[in-house]
Every structure is written in C-alpha cells, then in structure tokens.
Design a protein around this ligand. Structure first.
Ligand code: ADP
Ligand code: MG
Length: 503
C-alpha cells in the first residue's frame, strides 16, 4: 500500500501522458490498441509480458500475437460489434499457457462513424472458471444428495415392510412352494435394501463417532486380497494379466469405519480392473502430507473423457451399460466425505486414471477409541422400542443370542413404564412412532437417568451431530442395518456404561 502511495506522489509532477501511461501499464488485464488494419500501435506491460515474453508488441498484427493466425481471425468479434454495438466477450483457451482468457474488443470510430482503431482487453479467467466449476459441482452434489436421501428413506420404509411381512409369513407356512417363493421375495427385497444403502451412502452426513483406528497399510493389503478374485482370476480367464503394485507407508493411521473404508477402496479397485480389459498395472501408493495421507490408485486402463470425469460421482452414472449400477463411485464419494476426506480424479481417455483420496491421519496412540472387542460385551440389560413387531423380533433374537437380557415393546408408552421399573442400561428406539417419537422417549429417559445409553434406529440417514438429537441420543443406527453394525454399536454403548461404573 505504502509503495503505491510513494509511486503516486512521485508521479504528481509528471506530464499527463506519462501519468496515463503509468496507469495503462499498471492495469493487470492485457490491453492492446490496434489500427483498423490490425497492426498493434500500443500495448500495456501485462500484454507485453504475457504475449511478447517481455518484448513490446507494437508493429505486430493482433491476430498473430493473440492467436498465432497469419490472417485476421474468422471469429473476430469486431464486425458483429460494429453491426450491433454490443461488445461480446470471447472466451478462449490458450494452449501455449494452458489457461483461459476472456477477450473483449472495443471499436474506436472517427467522426463519420468509420472504424479508426480498436482496443482489445483480455483477462486471465482460469482461476475464476475453476472456482465457478467447483461451486457448480458442489451445488450439484448437494441437490443430488437431497434427492437421493429422500428417495432412500421412502424405499427403506417400503422394503422394511416387505421384509417384515415376508419374514412373518415364512413362520406361518410349511408349504414348500410358498416358502420358496417367499425366500425369493426376501432375497430381492434384501438386494433392494443393499442398493438403497449405497444411494444413502452418497448423502449420509458425518456420523460423528468415527471410532476405529485404521491401519492404512493393513486395510489396503486386505482389500487387495479381498478383490483378488476380480483382478487375478477373472483376468486370467480372459488370458490377460493385471498386476497390483503396492507402495504403502508403515504406521499410517486414519480414524473411521473400517467396513466403509474397505468398501470404498474395493469400489475403486473394481473400477480400475474394469477399465483394464486388456490387462495392466494398478499402482496403489500412500504418501503423508502434513496432517493428511494421500492414497493414490493409478491404473493403466481406458481412462475417461472430461464429460465422464464430471459425472463419475453422480448416483446411477455408468458407462458400463447393464454391467454397471453407477452406484460405486457415488458411494465412495459419500464415504470419503464422511471421513472428512477429499477425493479427486485425474484421467484422460486412453491414458489411464488416477483416483486420489486424501484422509486426515491420526497418531495410533491418540485416538481415544474405546477398547471394544466385538461380540465380547458383558451382558447388559437392553430395552428395544419399535412399532414394527418384526424389527423387535430381529433385535430380540440377536441380542439374546449375544447373552444380553432383552425386553421389547411396540408401544412407546408401555415401554416407558417398563423402563421406569427396570432401568435398562441401553435403550434402542425407533425414531418415527405414533404417540411419542424416539426423540421424545429419549428425552424422558435421559431425564430419569443420564447414564442410560440411547441408540436411535432410523430410516433417515441421521447423524448424531444434528443438534436436536445430540442432547438425548448417544448412538445412531441407520436402516437398513447390518447385524455387525448393531453388535458394534451395542459394544460401544456397553463400553461407555462400563467406563461410567469404573469411574
Ligand atoms: P459402475 O462401475 O457401476 O459403472 P461407478 O459409480 O463405480 O459405477 O463408476 C461410474 C463410472 O465412472 C464408470 O461407469 C466408468 O465410466 C467411470 N470410472 C470409474 N472409475 C474408472 C476408472 N478407474 N477408469 C475408467 N473409468 C472409470
Ligand atoms: Mg463401479
């Protein structure tokens, strides 16, 4: 600022021409003045630096300097502007610099309205274009997220009822034919539920408690092993070879949900293998950068066009026809975002693809994760509240099998009375129920005892970060849930109770 002031003061005593030249040269946009025959008669410093590599542009033709054309440009906006009086900005990609410029041409007319000269101003808009693209992409992702979470919620409820009814019917018949049909319906509904889970994954908000300390090297090696049938066996059958090359740093840890991370990496590897029908190399490399770790998945496959790159994370976008679901990368996107990470793609058609995942790393010892041994939780008294009987049955069977003392109730009012008598350690409650919602029940229970751990089960992809929930709810399980998720959450809740007891 003070430099500017000094310069301005120094320039107080100079001629008007020098003053305007000073201003002309200070403008960061490129400004060029041309004769009617396209010869440059003036150019400012920015124009000389960018297009003349520091040399003056005077005497050269504008079409040569700006666009390396021997003749005036066919799309020179000058003629249109002279006709319409409108100055239309022209956006051009400059291959020489790999940058975008927005050019405006302003005609200067003599007293008779004839073209005397013209001024070209040009601005480097690469950065603002990138920002615009990023913000448009973010808006699109948000809108897609909202749509998919609504659709997923409605489908979950439909599927929960279908599954519930099928399971009840299965208990009521011994007829072979009927049983088989019911099993087929059940399987299809379960397939549907797994698809819905993938859609939900895309928009699921951060679930707050990412409690597992994940050894990145170990989990990547595991995933490469899990996916071996895909990259080794399948390619062998086709007579091609896919070779994974791993370059993994030791002792890098991230905080999260290991089954989610495994799922995300599996999707990325599956896509890389799909992209190498003729075989190729899949490099997986980890690198730490300050507080983050980057995981690079680089394949030598068919690559993607810029249009595909733009749509990769959209749910249902696939270029694989009937072989694809288009739900892999949208799921990956959701998982990485929930782990407070970033994901980006570098790809060119015919030249392979690099998927770059960045995750925040943690020190192994500092995670504060509760020591949980899945399935080895001390017996606990659990109350399950849900207005759907079949969901209560699933919980009752599973939790009793794990050795817990389980009460179930489909009426929120009766369940609350039961709780007052027995003071269970853990209460699992559905969110949407008649008379009292899960949140209202949770509030009443927490008023009686803050120690009781409350697990909310919901068809909405909820997060305990949501303010209204975090006051009364300790854990969230989203529908359709996996048995592992229930066991894990019960173990977490039991660990909290144990900690309260031991001080
Ligand atoms: P699907 O695999 O079912 O098509 P995804 O969501 O996993 O769905 O991927 C979406 C699309 O992104 C793919 O159809 C493919 O066009 C593109 N894609 C993803 N990963 C790669 C890759 N490594 N190489 C080339 N194209 C890819
Ligand atoms: Mg895929």
């Amino acid at each position: 600022m003070s430099d500017l002031k000094n310069e301005a003061q120094v320039n107080c005593n100079i001629s008007i021409e020098d003053k305007y030249r000073f201003i002309f040269n200070k403008i960061s946009d490129l400004v060029i003045l041309c004769e009617a025959n396209y010869t440059i008669s003036e150019s400012n410093k920015s124009a000389d630096i960018i297009f003349g590599q520091g040399e003056s542009l005077i005497g050269h033709k504008c079409h040569w300097v700006l666009h390396q054309k021997e003749d005036p440009c066919i799309d020179c906006p000058l003629r249109d502007t002279l006709k319409s009086g409108l100055i239309i900005p022209l956006v051009k990609y400059e291959e020489r610099f790999g940058e975008y410029f927005e050019e405006r041409t302003h005609p200067v007319l003599d007293g008779d309205g004839n073209l005397q000269s013209f001024i070209i101003s040009s601005k480097n808009i690469t950065k603002s274009r990138e920002l615009e693209e990023k913000s448009a992409q973010a808006k699109k992702m948000l809108a897609l997220g909202q749509i998919s979470s609504g659709v997923a919620h409605d489908f979950n409820n439909v599927l929960t009822v279908v599954l519930g009814r099928v399971q009840l019917l299965k208990r009521q018949t011994t007829d072979e034919y009927l049983l088989n049909s019911l099993k087929m319906i059940e399987k299809s509904a379960l397939d549907g539920a797994s698809k819905v889970r993938k859609i939900q994954e895309f928009s699921r908000p951060s679930e707050g408690a990412l409690t597992e300390t994940i050894d990145l090297k170990k989990i990547i090696e595991e995933v490469v092993e899990i996916t071996r049938p895909k990259w080794e066996t399948t390619s062998k059958l086709k007579g091609t070879l896919i070779e994974p090359i791993l370059e993994l740093e030791e002792n890098i840890f991230v905080l999260g949900d290991s089954s989610d991370i495994r799922n995300a990496f599996t999707n990325i590897i599956f896509n890389a293998v799909d992209a190498m029908p003729e075989g190729g190399v899949l490099y997986i490399k980890t690198e730490t950068e300050n507080q983050n770790v980057s995981i690079k998945f680089k394949d030598t496959g068919i690559g993607m066009t810029p249009e595909t790159v733009e749509k990769v994370f959209d749910p249902f976008f696939s270029t694989k026809g009937v072989l694809g679901t288009g739900l892999g990368m949208s799921e990956v996107y959701g998982i990485i975002k929930r782990h407070n990470g970033r994901i980006s793609i570098q790809s060119e058609a015919g030249k392979g693809t690099t998927i770059l995942v960045h995750l925040p790393k943690v020190a192994a010892a500092k995670t504060g994760a509760l020591a949980i041994e899945i399935g080895k939780t001390a017996p606990t008294r659990i109350l399950v509240i849900d207005d759907e009987e079949h969901i209560l049955e699933i919980f009752k069977d599973l939790l009793s099998e794990l050795g817990h003392e389980v009460d179930t109730n489909s009426s929120s009012v009766a369940a609350l009375d039961l709780y007052k008598k027995k003071r269970h350690d853990i209460v699992i409650t559905d969110l949407g129920m008649p008379i009292m919602t899960g949140v209202e029940i949770a509030e009443k229970i927490k008023e009686i005892s803050r120690e009781t751990q409350i697990i909310m089960v919901s068809g909405w992809a909820l997060s305990i970060d949501e303010k209204s929930l975090s006051k009364y709810i300790d854990f969230v399980i989203n529908k359709p849930f996996s048995i592992e998720k229930i066991i894990y959450t019960i173990s977490e809740a039991a660990a909290v109770i144990q900690k309260q007891k031991t001080g």
